[in-house]
Write a protein that binds this ligand. Sequence first.
Ligand SMILES: N[C@@H](CCC(=O)N[C@@H](CS)C(=O)NCC(=O)O)C(=O)O
Length: 235
Amino acid sequence: MKLYSGDLSPYSARVRLQIYAKGITDIALERPSTFGTPEFRKAFPIGRIPVLDIDGDMLPESEVIAEYLEEIYPQPSMLGATPRETAHIRMVARIGDIYLMNNMFMLSAQSRAKERNQGIVDLLGGQVVRNIKALDKLIGTDGFACSGRLTMADCALVPGLFLVENVLPATGMENPIPAAANVAAYWAAIQKNEHAARVLAELHRGLEERRELIRSGAFEKMMAKAAAAMAAAEA
Ligand SMILES: N[C@@H](CCC(=O)N[C@@H](CS)C(=O)NCC(=O)O)C(=O)O
């Protein structure tokens, strides 16, 4: 199998963290060469990474991939020991995915916009702040998100919190993590976990590369070229 992935893709990082924590070594990690082009959209209609290539059968969506991998490689389990514990892990993972990563992903363009759209920042950034406060009441206080060990909840929270800490301030909003004591303690502790540290190093490397492309003006040109190719393909 192959995982189409990218250093800075938080959704891909979620699956990579699961792969590293499970010790899976037979899934190749690859950045798709056609990512962002009409060819990629043709092959993968949702047009996003990660995509798991199961011997030519393409499976998109990080949460779906994560659940699939959990069934294929059940040990070590990253779910609960009981159905209720698993449900709690999935609920916290959804906070990482829907309430943090999704809002942050939609907001990220405002961090590099020439003219920031304050309405978008207030709406999406406001949701992130609200959801960090909610997470503070639900997160484990022993260094892990749930169950005192690395679970699927950590896989979704680590990239989500990475975006909150590193991208939200670039939109003019304050990082809400330090004000949420339980989230702050979790965030400090989980960064010391070897598997979380590995994906965080990849995310930081991706962010540095992206910021360099933005500084040099290359990113804007790449985006314009991709948009023109997409428009031509749809015409
Ligand atoms: N819900 C999807 C979101 C995936 C996603 O948005 N991936 C981003 C990179 S992190 C992407 O491929 N974006 C390309 C685009 O928006 O065209 C998942 O969980 O996999």
